[in-house]
Write a protein that binds this ligand. Structure first.
Ligand SMILES: Nc1ncnc2c1ncn2[C@@H]1O[C@H](COP(=O)(O)OP(=O)(O)OP(=O)(O)O)[C@@H](O)[C@H]1O
Length: 267
């Protein structure tokens, strides 16, 4: 049986736009290959500028690769087929403020992907939006709210609602927890883990936080200068980091697990 996701030989070069380096090529990713199984959580780690966001964006279809391709359930994703891509992979960004349109209500913003990617009529779309808002711990009435009327954690819930609206198999989260305060972060982690259980979603998490990664990820992919330097089960890598670079990335204080357990009990 083919893996849920198969990334094959991805590379990405950017062309410098700065006038002192016109046309110079930057290699952001080089020959990246890995697989993700159904229901699995993969963390992407690495130092600043190692290529984490570029890889997340290419998998989610927000950025196109210079070469290589991506397969889901044994089918190659076509580069410009947005409808095909967003039925299977969706992305949650770090900055929910920037990713939400201030001029539109939450309901209008959630309606867009449904209008473009499904054949549902208006009443069915409204029902789906209400259901999804409730599924992420908001109220159906939040559909009438504008983003500025919501707290940061609620906005991140809206971003998650938008990601799961089309029932994707994979959600890519780029530092989606970094801007949240610890208690909200613990609640959002619990929500993501609940969705993994209920909907069988697989996640790719870009994270700088060893604590979060240790708590939630099944496997870790470590990037350095755009190349994979490690791809291993989380427990095995924490038990025996392969080198100093990886050891530095994995420094943790263990607070996240305590917070997540505490908020899970309170819910
Ligand atoms: N749009 C772009 N144009 C030119 N270069 C880019 C662009 N996006 C990223 N890069 C370059 O590609 C490399 C990888 O960047 P990327 O943002 O993927 O790294 P990252 O690991 O996510 O970093 P961070 O942890 O700081 O977010 C960097 O050298 C960056 O400067």
């Amino acid at each position: 049986m083919s893996p849920l996701l198969e990334v094959k030989n991805l590379s990405k070069n950017y062309t410098h736009k700065a006038h002192f380096l016109p046309g110079k090529q930057v290699s952001a990713l080089s020959d990246i290959s890995f697989t993700l199984a159904r229901g699995e959580i993969l963390a992407i780690m690495g130092e600043t500028s190692s290529g984490k966001s570029t890889l997340a964006k290419i998998v989610a279809g927000v950025e196109t690769p210079s070469s290589g391709d991506i397969w889901v359930n044994g089918q190659r994703l076509e580069k410009h087929n947005y409808r095909q891509r967003c039925q299977v992979i969706r992305m949650v960004f770090q900055d929910s403020d920037a990713s939400l349109n201030r001029q539109l209500t939450i309901g209008e913003q959630l309606d867009e992907p449904l209008r473009f990617n499904t054949d549902l009529v208006a009443t069915e779309r409204r029902r789906r939006i209400r259901e999804v808002l409730q599924r992420v711990g908001l109220l159906a009435e939040h559909a009438e709210f504008f983003p500025h009327m919501l707290a940061t954690g609620q906005k991140q819930r809206v971003a998650i609602a938008r990601a799961i609206l089309l029932e994707p198999q994979i959600v890519v989260a780029d530092e989606a927890l970094a801007a949240l305060d610890p208690s909200v972060r613990a609640q959002i982690i619990n929500l993501l883990l609940d969705l993994q259980q209920d909907m069988g979603i697989s996640y790719i998490f870009v994270s700088h936080s060893a604590e979060i990664v240790k708590h939630i990820a099944d496997k870790i992919l470590v990037l350095q200068h755009g190349k994979i330097v490690e791809f291993k089960e989380t427990a095995a890598l924490f038990d025996a980091p392969t080198d100093d670079y990886i050891e530095r990335l994995l420094v943790t204080s263990g607070h996240i697990k305590q917070q997540v357990d505490k908020y899970a009990k309170e819910q």
